[in-house]
Design a protein. Structure first.
Length: 567
C-alpha cells in the first residue's frame, strides 16, 4: 500500500460536501492520514461528459489535498469489453488534464484474491451455488414490502458448494446454469442484501486474462474488495449507489480491520438537456450507424466533444459551475455551451470565412491590384498580434448580407447603402447582376479609398460592418455544422417513446463551397481553434487535409436554439 501522508488542510472554505468529508477524515487521522481515490471506468464504451464530472471529482480531490488517484478499469464482463475502450479512456483522462502516474490497475488484477475470498466465504457458510435461472432468482427476491423466498439450494453443504464452484470455474457448466450467491438475508429491507449474486459463468475470452477464468465477479462483490486491495481510502461514486453502500461495507468487512477501510461517498450525476447519458443507448447509436462513431461531434462523449472543438478547460469550468450535491438535477446544455464560448472567446484565432458566398465587384478598384490589410488575431489578447489578409477588386460576402428591398433598420448591404468591410474600406452598392431565374450572381459596388482602416478617413461612420474574403485568393472548404443530437429537452423522461424517434434531423448540416482566407487555410491543423468572424467557432476536423479543408462548427457565437424552440 503506497504511503501518501497528507498534511491537515489549513482552510475548508469553499469546499463541496465531498471535499469536506475528506478534509474531516484527514483531520481525524483516519487511514493513517492517507488519501487515495480511484476512477473506475468499465472498458465497455467511450467516456461521456457525465464521466468527466466523476474524473474531475476523483482526480481533483486527490490533487486538492495532495493525495493520489488510481485509474482502475472495472473489467469484470469480457463480453462487452475491448482494448479500444481502454485506450480511449486513457486518452480522455489525459486530455482533461489529469494523470494517474504508475497507478493503473484492473479489477482483473484481483481475480485470484477475489476467487480466494469467495472460496473462504463458501467454507464459512456465507455463500452458496444456486442452479436457478436469473428469472427464477428475480421472482424469489420479493418486493421492498414483502420478504423474498429462500432458494431451494441455499442450504447446500460446504463440500457441495466448493465442488460446484470450482467446476464452474473449470468451464464444466454452460453460462446461466449456476451462480454463486452470498448468503445474507432474504427478508432484508434492503433488496441488495437478499442473497446477491457474487459470481456468474462467462466463457468469453477476457482481453487481459484470456480463457484462464470462467467465472467473473459481479460489481458489488468486486468493487469494494478492489478498493481495499489498492489502499483506496475514499470510493467516490454517484447517487444510484447509495442503496449499494451497505453491501459495499458488508463485503469490505470481510477484509478490513480498525487500521484501514475504504469509505464510499455518493454525489449527483451529471444530466444534460437534449442529451442521453446511457452508454447502452450511445452504443446503439454507434452500432446502428445513426452517428459516425463514438467520436461523432454530436455525441456527448469526451472524444466527440474534443473532435468538435470543445476545450478541456471549458468542460472543467462547466463542471465547477454546476457543482456537486446530493440531489439529482437536469442541467441545461446551454450552460455547457456558454462555458465553451467563454473559453474559446479568449483563445480562438480570428479569421474570415464566408459560408454562402456571393461575389462583389468593386468597380472603381484597380484591376489586377491586390493589397494587404492587417487583421487582429485575437482582440481579447493583443499579444497574439495580427496577420495580413489580401484585398482586391473582387471579394465574397455572405449572400444574406445583401437585400434588394431591405426593411427599416437594415444595416447590411443594399442598393445605394454603405457598409464597412471589416479591416478594409467602406463600399456602396451601385447595382446587381441576376441570372435568368432572378437570382443574384454579382453585386456591384464602389469603394471610398480614404476609408481604409488605419487612415484618417477610416473614422467615417457607417452602421454596418461585414466580413468578406478576396475572391482570387479564397480557399474552398467544407464545413460541418453540428447542432444538438436530440430535439426533446429530456429524452430520458419520454419513457413511452423510442429514444431514436427523438433524434434531431438537423443535428448535422454539411456546407460545401465555403470560402476561407489564406491565413485560415495555412493554419488549419488539428486542434487549432478559430473564430470565423460574425459566424461562430470552428476547428479543423480529423478528416481535414491541406487539399480538402474540413471544419467542424464547434458552436455558434450566440445561443439561437432557445429562441427557435420558443417560436
Amino acid at each position: 500500500m503506497a504511503e501518501n501522508i497528507i498534511n491537515e488542510p489549513e482552510e475548508s472554505k469553499g469546499l463541496n460536501f465531498v471535499e469536506q468529508i475528506v478534509a474531516d477524515d484527514l483531520k481525524a487521522g483516519k487511514n493513517g492520514g492517507r488519501l487515495n481515490t480511484r476512477f473506475p471506468p468499465e472498458p465497455n464504451g467511450y467516456l461521456h461528459i457525465g464521466h468527466a464530472k466523476a474524473i474531475c471529482m476523483d482526480f481533483g480531490v486527490a490533487e486538492k489535498f495532495g493525495g493520489t488517484c488510481n485509474l482502475r478499469f472495472d473489467d469484470t464482463n469480457p463480453v462487452k469489453e475491448d482494448v479500444e475502450y481502454v485506450d480511449s479512456i486513457r486518452e480522455d483522462i489525459h486530455w482533461l488534464g489529469f494523470d494517474w502516474g504508475d497507478r493503473e490497475y484492473y479489477a482483473s488484477d484481483y481475480f485470484p484474491q477475489l476467487y480466494d475470498l469467495a472460496i473462504r466465504l463458501i467454507k464459512e457458510g456465507k455463500a452458496y451455488v444456486d442452479d436457478q435461472s436469473s428469472e427464477e432468482i428475480a421472482a424469489q427476491k420479493g418486493t421492498p414490502t414483502t420478504p423474498g423466498v429462500n432458494s431451494p439450494y441455499r442450504d447446500r453443504s460446504v463440500e457441495e458448494n466448493l465442488d460446484l464452484f470450482t467446476r464452474m470455474n473449470a468451464g464444466e457448466f454452460p453460462e446461466g446454469s449456476h451462480v454463486l450467491r452470498a448468503k445474507i438475508d432474504m427478508a432484508s429491507s434492503n433488496m441488495h442484501f437478499r442473497d446477491p449474486i457474487m459470481y456468474r459463468i462467462i466463457h468469453h475470452p477476457h482481453h487481459r486474462t484470456g480463457t484462464k477464468w470462467h467465472v467473473y465477479p459481479m460489481y458489488d462483490f468486486a468493487h469494494g474488495q478492489s478498493d481495499y486491495f489498492e489502499g483506496v481510502t475514499h470510493s467516490i461514486c454517484t447517487l444510484e449507489f447509495v442503496p449499494h453502500r451497505p453491501l459495499y461495507d458488508y463485503f469490505v468487512d470481510e477484509l478490513a480491520d480498525e487500521t484501514y477501510r475504504p469509505r464510499q461517498i455518493e454525489f449527483n450525476r451529471l444530466n444534460l438537456t437534449y442529451t442521453v447519458m446511457s452508454k447502452r443507448k450511445l452504443l446503439q447509436l454507434v452500432k446502428e450507424g445513426l452517428v459516425a462513431g463514438w467520436d461523432d461531434p454530436r455525441m456527448p462523449t469526451i472524444s466527440g466533444m474534443r473532435r468538435r472543438g470543445f476545450t478541456p478547460r471549458s468542460i472543467r469550468n462547466f463542471i465547477d459551475t454546476i457543482g456537486y450535491t446530493k440531489y439529482e438535477a437536469l442541467n441545461s446544455v446551454a450552460l455547457l455551451e456558454y462555458a465553451v464560448r467563454e473559453d474559446l472567446n479568449k483563445i480562438a484565432t480570428r479569421g474570415m470565412a464566408v459560408m454562402d458566398p456571393v461575389k462583389v465587384v468593386i468597380t472603381n478598384y484597380p484591376e489586377g491590384e491586390t493589397e494587404m490589410v492587417e487583421m487582429e488575431n485575437n482582440p481579447e489578447n493583443p499579444e497574439e498580434g495580427t496577420h495580413s489578409m489580401p484585398f482586391g477588386r473582387e471579394i465574397y460576402i455572405e449572400r444574406d448580407d445583401f437585400m434588394e428591398n431591405p426593411p427599416k433598420k437594415y444595416f447590411r448591404l443594399a442598393p445605394d447603402a454603405e457598409v464597412r468591410l471589416k479591416g478594409a474600406y467602406i463600399v456602396k452598392c451601385t447595382g446587381v447582376k441576376k441570372d435568368a431565374d432572378g437570382n443574384i450572381e454579382e453585386i456591384y459596388c464602389t469603394y471610398d479609398p480614404d476609408t481604409r482602416s488605419g487612415l484618417p478617413g477610416s473614422q467615417r461612420k457607417v452602421k454596418g460592418t461585414l466580413h468578406w474574403v478576396a475572391a482570387d485568393t479564397a480557399v474552398d472548404a467544407t464545413v460541418r455544422v453540428y447542432d444538438r443530437l436530440f430535439n426533446v429537452e429530456n429524452p430520458a423522461a419520454e419513457t413511452e417513446r423510442d429514444f431514436r424517434e427523438m433524434l434531431n434531423p438537423d443535428s448535422l448540416r454539411v456546407v460545401e463551397g465555403v470560402k476561407v482566407e489564406p491565413f485560415i487555410a495555412r493554419n488549419a491543423v488539428n486542434g487549432t481553434k478559430f473564430q470565423f468572424q460574425r459566424i461562430g467557432y470552428f476547428t479543423p476536423d480529423y478528416d481535414s487535409t491541406p487539399e480538402h479543408l474540413i471544419f467542424n462548427r464547434t458552436i455558434a457565437l450566440k445561443d439561437s436554439w432557445e429562441k427557435v424552440q420558443k417560436k
